[in-house]
Design a protein around this ligand. Sequence first.
Ligand SMILES: Cc1ncc(COP(=O)(O)O)c(C=O)c1O
Length: 390
Amino acid sequence: MYRIGDEEIKAVERVIRSRQLFRFSENASEVKNFEMELAEKIGTKYSLAVTGGTGALICALVGIGAGPGDEVIVPAYTFMATALAILAVGAIPVIAEIDDSLTIDPEDVEKKISKYTKAIIPVNMLGLPSNMDKIMEIAKRYNLKVIEDCCQADGGSYKGKRLGSIGDAGAFSFNYFKIITAGEGGALVTNDETIYERALIYHDGGTAFRAHSGALKTPIFVGSQLRSNEIAGAILREQLKKLDDILKDLRRVKKAFMGCFEGEKNIKFIRSNDIEGDCGTTVGFLFDSEAEARKFAASEGVNGTVLVDSKKHVYFDWEPIMNKRGSHHPALDPFKLPQNKDLNMNYSIDMCPKTTDILSRTVVVGMNPDWTEADIMARAEACIKAVKYS
Ligand SMILES: Cc1ncc(COP(=O)(O)O)c(C=O)c1O
């Protein structure tokens, strides 16, 4: 989906010629500038580039102080990494249903809140915005933190605000499959100084001796190593310049594609919490039965995926979590920690029937920002034919 070319080649050349590959070198500026440009685009005070979306989620969780004794609510439909990040900080993921927008169901979130709940992580899957008004209202009522997982929604928005700028922190991924990419990469955004400082310390275990650490208000604690580098920073600066044009084209293609189905009474699309803010990367068709969905997805020219088949994106395929293997070492395993013994870790394959039902009846078709009118028509015609003859 991403667009990459001469601009990125020149940017990489610039870094290699400078011989400044380390982001904290005295004369290095690529990662620092990328962070400033990303924060400006998303509309937050702070941004921190890291090695990936999982790292950004971990930094956000460290930022809000999540750990043993805490439950964090995640949707049953998300890439497993969202839940793994929670375990990485010693907390327990509590799994909530999604609704027909394919994002977390606010009603079920409220049902899953307990005295141990620390935070909610709404995930903007497939570039689709979550119901942020409702989630923020619930979070406020129960005094919970909100971390937006925007790893599949770089640059998307909700009611005019960029995703990632609405909750306490946002996490982005720039891995190979994302809207913009450096092969791997990620970033945290936040308006909260403490979250930023804690994330900064955690992402660079050796931060104590860096020049910037003198100004930190947060005492240094032990962290890890999730730093970005100048080559990734230089590529991502070029990628960021392209982001809004890609989104514009994706949204144009999606609108034109969906427009082809006007008057087709047998076609139902998934509900959107904000179609204007949707990244436009996919179109979701909702069927009455799994059999209809499967027949449609397999029809010639449709090239669709029945979402229940999307492996590590569906809770019952999160194998290490379903089997409660939460760490490399038993003494560090959040599922075995005494602080977590009363927490909700009752996972089972049939625990989210609403999610399983919706995902088994939903087929997504990927959009391409470079499709011509003829490409759009051809794919839409194949889909209309598939519905008529299925
Ligand atoms: C929803 C979601 N969250 C988190 C991640 C993790 O991102 P990364 O692979 O950059 O660590 C991904 C990556 O695919 C994702 O799709």
